[in-house]
Design a protein around this ligand. Structure first.
Ligand SMILES: [Zn+2]
Length: 308
């Protein structure tokens, strides 16, 4: 069955500044990595802008309006020390969240089995009332709550293998037993959350990894903690916060994963989704700051989504 690729050139126009690691070149590298003949079977779609009503489920309406009002007409504005916006950032953020909603719509309609959203800014640090850590809107949380509100899904999971803990997704999910959040991440590291003891209502599973942990520790955390809990949750939709900054080449953290680890994890998530929910997986780009490692890792991830 089909794998979707959602993206939009507006996501290249979010410019946090020349020396910022979350650069437009990241998305270009991902798209270049998906340009080869082995990806010809992807169904490519343009990401729509998220509706305000969709954003205002994961965030408050005032926060949504405030973010869009903070976008400068020229130059840059800082939402926090490392979350910088430019004139193109508003449309980029709307497309990023809109991509996840549109991919959710498509997989639930049966137009595709799964999908990957090649978008930026990333989302998993954005809390209900706070943009932070390069993130404006929490794209995955917006997609999860859209799936519930627009399609009546009940049990929705987000799995996050970005090297940073998705504090925003956890905060939005933790009081709702019908939402599941499972994360592997380096710990301690920014943003400081993600201890194993943070369990929400039993619907949060954190698998912190020590600096310099590699493939074996990552695969053990997935196999022993995340995947069994996800299986027991019986998801109707699996969202993925696909950050690739746990790669050994990444400059922002100290885990030592390789492309094959991202493919391995993706294969297992796809298999689990096929058992529970007709393979419905919607993945969205989060971090990844070494351009070559990012491109190769995203390609490995998408190839695993496409595999039968
Ligand atoms: Zn990250």
């Amino acid at each position: 069955m089909t794998t979707l690729l959602l993206t939009h050139e507006d996501c290249l126009a979010h410019d946090p500044g020349r020396h910022h690691p979350e650069s437009p070149a990241r998305l270009q590298a991902v798209l270049d990595g998906l340009a080869g003949p082995e990806f010809a079977a992807l169904e490519r779609r343009l990401a729509p802008k998220a509706a305000r009503a969709d954003l205002a489920r994961a965030h408050s309406p005032d926060f949504v309006d405030g973010i869009l009002a903070a976008i400068p007409a020229r130059g840059h504005a800082a939402l926090d020390a490392d979350t910088i916006v430019s004139p193109g950032s508003g449309n980029a953020a709307l497309r990023a969240a809109g991509a996840v909603c549109a991919a959710v719509d498509a997989v639930i309609a049966g137009e595709a089995e799964n999908g990957f959203c090649a978008v930026r800014p990333p989302g998993h640090h954005a809390e209900r009332e706070r943009a932070m850590g390069f993130c404006l809107f929490n794209n995955v949380a917006v997609g999860a709550l859209h799936a519930r509100a627009s399609h009546g899904l009940q049990r929705i999971a987000a799995i996050d293998f970005d090297v940073h803990h998705g504090n925003g997704t956890q905060a939005i999910f933790e009081d709702d037993a019908d939402l599941f959040y499972g994360s592997t991440h380096q710990y301690p590291l920014y943003p400081g959350t993600g201890a194993r003891e943070e369990r929400g209502l039993g619907n949060i599973v954190n698998a912190p990894l020590r600096p310099n942990a590699g493939s074996s520790e990552f695969r053990a955390a997935m196999s022993e903690l995340i995947l069994p809990a996800l299986d027991a949750f019986q998801p109707e939709l699996v969202l993925v916060s696909a950050g690739f900054d746990a790669h050994r080449s990444d400059p922002l953290a100290q885990l030592r994963l390789v492309e094959a680890d991202f493919a391995w994890a993706t294969e297992r998530l796809v298999a689990l989704a096929r058992r529970h929910c007709r393979g419905r997986v919607v993945s969205s780009l989060e971090g990844g700051y070494d351009l070559a490692a990012l491109a190769a890792s995203a390609a490995a991830h998408v190839a695993a989504l496409m595999a039968n």
